[in-house]
Write a protein that binds this ligand. Structure first.
Ligand code: NI
Length: 187
């Protein structure tokens, strides 16, 4: 089922999400719904707070970026990260233009370290530890931020953020030109 996307202004995006217990009954459904929602809205990553669930899980699928010919490593990079923990980040910080389904039509260059080592459970509760770099690391860093209540606009300069303030305000009033369903604060 395609879920509506919670956008800028919703408090769930600002919470520290809770770990998922191993006996969480709706896990398979949540994962299926998150992939369906992400694919329908042309995202390459989606974290549970973006569908209104304050839980530590995100999904990624960078296949659309691989199709654009950006990086062969992006082919079939389709994964679920449950209760992830970033063990280390290193490497030369690099700028990359990020977007987010919770911030429709906003794209900004964000600078982050190039490499990441992450521990997480897969959908069968196998504990994994892996290293990623390039765009794969970038997507993981962006989605991981969502679990700690952070958005990429928190990581741009105050001047850039000020320039975006009217557009952010519009999004929080449900005024954004996008073709997926949004949840925004009631006033
Ligand atoms: Ni995002």
């Amino acid at each position: 089922m395609v879920l509506p996307v919670y956008v800028y202004g919703m408090s769930v995006l600002r919470k520290i999400a809770l770990e998922i217990p191993e006996d969480y009954k709706e896990l398979d459904q949540l994962i299926a719904d998150m992939f369906e929602t992400m694919h329908t809205s042309d995202g390459v990553g989606l974290a549970a707070p973006q569908v209104g669930k304050s839980l530590r899980i995100f999904v990624v699928d960078t296949t659309p970026m691989a199709d654009a010919g950006k990086d062969p490593a992006l082919v079939d990079f389709k994964k679920v990260f449950i209760n992830p923990y970033i063990l280390d980040e290193w490497g030369d910080p690099w700028a990359f233009e990020e977007g987010c389904l919770s911030l429709p039509n906003i794209r900004e260059e964000v600078t982050r370290p190039s490499h990441v080592r992450v521990e997480y459970y897969d959908e069968e509760w196998n504990l994994k530890e892996e290293e990623f770099d390039g765009i794969r690391a970038r997507v993981i860093q962006h989605e991981y931020d969502h679990l700690d209540g952070k958005l990429f606009v928190d990581r741009i300069s105050p001047i850039r953020r000020k320039l975006l303030s009217a557009r952010l305000n519009s999004i929080s009033h449900g005024r954004a030109d996008c073709d997926y369903r949004m949840v925004y604060p009631k006033r």
